[in-house]
Write a protein that binds this ligand. Structure first.
Ligand SMILES: *Cc1c(COP(=O)(O)O)cnc(C)c1O
Length: 389
């Protein structure tokens, strides 16, 4: 049996008529940059995420970049984030001349550990009164929110801004002091990515910034078009961070299906959990299923399973074995950011963030998408069981 890691062709097939029509409609207008489709998508996304404003931009990475720019983060400033994330989370900080400061993750969620963050902030405060830390970027890795209530209180105490990296978590819900909110609407700013493989993926690059702060939103709208308020008059130096009409048109079609798809992914996840439990592997400590820690009666999408990530003993051998059996898997991420060559100047060493390092050597993402069949899931789990026999 051949099981691709992600099957976007199958998804397209199911919505082809609608998508094709929308794409042709845009082509007929010959209006490709920004325009009414982008404006409509912004309104729909703001409403879906429960956010005051949404600004469509060129990618998730650029969404991080303009968010940091709008907060005025620059040379010699510091921004805290996790080393166990996609490169852009910290790369954008470095691009602005600021310094990424890493903080380790929790073992069960793979997300920023509030306790470790607190001691990091305390130790910085006691070391120097003139802290240059400006913001925290919690990442909602694999589709589950970080512990946002605790992180928000800490940000408040230390007067820091929060930019949520919700690139993997569109649609994820979190109960913030009793109020159920969506990923991206929990911090001062939130970013989404529409990279094709994300839960809400376009047919190319795209991203979005969410915020309730009107001033930040209008500043980001200017940064997106080179900082110009009136054509050829520039208030500050921005860039070309625009979203295409074609992407917006595709995303507007797909947004209508998003909740249904998330629901189906959740079903796939619980099927995996059941199958793995029956295999006896978790009980023997050979693999570990992902834990959805904010699961409770009121929160529906407590985990959106952007990725279904297990921890596995002898991970690399297992990955190779599954490949031989026709099953494609992926490792997000094989090397934490504090050990990347480009960040050597930051002076971190192996052992600095043991949970991130451990995760890097154990995580394995299995295929999880609405079109994945139960039979395919059963095949995958059987092969994993076979490997450990
Ligand atoms: C995908 C991703 C990004 C960047 O998004 P792009 O649209 O690919 O630029 C940022 N952060 C995380 C955690 C991501 O997974």
């Amino acid at each position: 049996m051949n099981i691709p890691f992600l099957d976007l062709k199958a998804q397209y097939k199911n919505i082809q008529k609608e998508i094709d029509k929308k794409i042709l409609d845009v082509v007929k207008t010959q209006r490709f940059i920004m325009g009414p489709e982008v404006e409509a998508l912004e309104k729909e996304m703001a409403s879906y995420c429960g956010s005051g404003s949404a600004v469509g931009v060129s990618s998730g990475s650029d969404a991080l970049l303009v968010s940091l720019m709008a907060l005025g983060v620059g040379r010699d400033d510091e921004v805290i984030t996790t080393p166990f994330t996609f490169f852009a989370t910290a790369g954008t900080v470095a691009r602005l001349g600021a310094k990424p400061v890493f903080c380790d993750i929790q073992r069960n969620t793979f997300n920023l550990d509030p306790k470790k963050l607190e001691s990091l902030l305390e130790s910085q405060r006691s070391k120097n009164s003139q802290s240059r830390i400006r913001a925290i970027i919690p990442v909602h890795l694999y589709g589950q929110c970080a512990e946002m209530d605790t992180l928000s209180s800490l940000a408040k105490d230390f007067q820091l801004k929060i930019i949520e990296d919700a690139a993997q978590a569109v649609g994820a819900e979190y109960s913030m002091r009793g109020e159920i909110k969506k990923a991206g609407s929990l911090g001062d700013l939130g970013i989404l990515s529409f990279f094709p493989s994300k839960n809400l993926g376009g047919y190319g690059d795209g991203g979005m910034v969410l915020t309730d702060d009107k001033e930040l939103a209008s500043q980001i709208r200017l940064l997106r078009v080179h900082g110009s308020e009136n054509k050829y008059h520039y208030k500050f130096v921005g860039g070309n961070f625009r979203l295409d009409s074609l992407q917006a048109a595709v995303l507007r079609v797909k947004l209508k299906y998003l909740d249904g798809w998330l629901e189906m992914k959740k079903e796939k996840a619980s099927h995996y959990k059941k199958l793995f439990w029956e295999s006896g592997l978790p009980q023997k400590g050979l693999i570990q299923c992902p834990s959805a820690v904010y699961r409770n009666g009121k929160v529906n999408h407590y985990h959106t399973y952007h990725q279904y990530v297990i921890r596995a003993q002898r991970r690399d051998e297992l990955k190779k074995y599954l490949k031989e059996k026709g099953i494609s898997t992926a490792v997000y991420y094989p090397r934490p950011l504090h050990l990347q060559e480009c960040f050597a100047y930051l002076g971190y060493r192996e052992g600095d963030f043991p949970e991130s390092e451990k995760a890097s050597s154990e995580v394995l993402a299995l295929p999880v998408y609405p079109e994945l069949s139960s039979k395919q899931q059963e095949y995958i789990v059987s092969r994993v069981k076979e490997f450990y026999r």
